[in-house]
Design a binder for this molecule. Sequence first.
Ligand code: ADP
Length: 768
Amino acid sequence: MFLACGSAAVALLIACVGFAWYSVDTLCDAKGRLLRDRAEIIAFQAGPALALRDAERGHQLLTSLQTDSTMEEARLYGNDRNMLATWGEQKSVTAPVYAPKGYRYIGFSQVEVVHNVVVGSQRLGTVYLRANTSDLRARFVEFAKIVGFVFALAMLVVLFLAIRLQRAITRPILELTNTAEQISINADYTIRVDGNAQAELKTLQDAFNHMLDRVQTSEAAIQTAQNQLEDRVIARTQELSKEVRRRQEAQVELEAAKEVAEAANQAKTEFLANMSHEIRTPLNGIMGFTEALMNDESDVSLEDRKDYLATIHRSGSHLVELINDILDVSKIEAGRFEPERISCSPHQIISDVVAALRVQATEKGLQLDYKLASSLPQSIQSDPPRLRQLLMNLVGNAVKFTEVGSIRIVAGMSNQASNQLQIEVADTGVGIPHEKLEAIFDPFSQADTSVTRRFGGTGLGLAISRKVTEALGGRLTVHSEVGAGSVFRATIDTGCVAGQSLVESANTPTPTTNAPEASDVRFAGNRILIVDDGDTNRKLIQLVLRRAGAEALTAKDGLEAIHVTEQKHPELILMDMQMPVMDGYSSTRELRAKGHTLPIIALTAHAMKGDEEKCLEAGCSGYLTKPVDSTLLLATIARELKTITDDTATIPVFAIDQPQPNAIDSICSSLPMDDKEFREIVLDFVERLHQKLVEMRTVQASSAFPRLAQLAHWLKGAGGTAGFSQLMEPAAALELAALEGSSASCNTHLATLEQVASRIVVPNANSC
Ligand code: ADP
């Protein structure tokens, strides 16, 4: 609008100025001409006055001009340039000069005219007139007013037109501007310009809207791309953080694994150092004393020689124990550690261990006590060699790591769980640092290398012990304080002990594991058939039964058992299940098939899961495991025969003998050796043992594994029966290895058996 009005104003102004200029010029010219015409009239009339030089007349002529209010002065000159007459206010007296146009403006306020007075052809003088321009000014003012009015009117018209124009032209542009402004503020590309403009502006609006469409589409595409990008960034960030977390975890695991590996490496180094020390020490003893015996025959007394030999023997035994430990660990690691479940007396095993370690404890000036926290069942279902091994290790460690004070063994049934035997071994020894309490159960780990250096050891015992307790259905835990001592607590599962007779006090004399105890059972000449291919077994059971007042018949295999049964009609059969010619299963089935209903009690050295069911399926009415626990045997037979226990007429089957080893490494039978008949059985077994071992070596060399398995099986049963439970585990291992046909394992187990056998001593009565 400003531009439209401004340009119109300028144009108008120029027009007005031009018009004014023209008008002023025209008016001025008209005024000049008018004044010249007057001068001409005066000049025409002034001829006579000039000719006559009549001043009065001249003056009157000039005075006639006074009717014109603008006239200011009039003069009349003669040819001599002398002024003849004058009128009005005189400004100068000099004769005026003729102007080319006939008039001349003095400034803009006055105009003057000079005109010659000519009469005929003679010039008589000159007329001079001077007038002001007040009339012109009045007209100019009037003119200016008109021009101003016209200008204002024109401007109003221009303004009106500009407003109309604005509607048509600038409003669409304004709308475009507003729309663009709103879009830029709100970033809203959905707004559109209303399309009511005309022609080019309509095109402009359409182009603008089209551009907005494009922008909106692009914006949507950009938004979609941005959303997708954001989604991808989020997904990628999540992936990355997962990856980072995974790597962090992996790093933690790697670090832990590295620490474990370093610890294992350290443990391995320490283990190798300890092991070489543990092997070297007994080897040095063996080498040294054998050399002394070889070189120094004459000087050494018989007493010293015995001493030397005992030391060599002890060192050898130590090496065997070491190797056994390593074998145990390898068995555990290979997952081939399966305990047996047979009847045994926990009290007896603890007593044996205490007796075996008492010598060492006494030598160190330590008190070794064994107490019962509660009464113990006479027998439990467990693995006696493993239980003994566990206790030997716990009590052995207690003795080893205690310098002053005492070792206390407390056994009892657990209050917290049913059928759990709890054995606690407490000492007042060096103790174990808190942070090592778990590590000591790892294979090859020891609590403190400096302590170990002082006491020796390989770090295998507790690892084996923990596995043993777990395999026996319990746990092994420890509480310890450095300098104050340690308490190891082992629990094992006892199987069902309901109805068992109880051991009330640790001091109560008790029977050995396999030896028949002083029994209250008394048979009235009942006829019992013992079927067993093993002489030792047969003889021993025969003796036990005979002493309990029964009549004992014997058979060597299942076939013979059928004959004896049909001829002599026994009241009960004790049937070994694995025998040559005909085994116990077939024999029992045959007897049942023939209609014999007498009780048949299975005796088996297998004691594996499912064996009992197998025996009962074959027709057996009872099941006992070897080595035979005489108390259990007599009680079972009494139950089957419904024999009444006669409390008043208690006749001990034989005197109780608690064997005391004369040397830690010697192995004595747990049967009462002061009893002549038992001694004979044991002597007989030992003799057979050596023969069988030679045979085992021979068949092992020729890889006759089935025969080797048979011999091992015999040894497993007969060894236990003869009171040498130490033979049972290696014999069982040998049997398994022979069945598997593993020559290397057979060799190892056979070597162990030979080593155990070499330690067997059959003392004179009461000296073992
Ligand atoms: P070893 O006795 O052959 O070293 P073990 O596995 O039997 O191996 O014991 C591992 C470690 O546990 C021992 O080296 C010893 O540091 C610690 N330890 C075991 N029993 C005791 C105890 N009664 N008192 C103190 N420390 C013990």
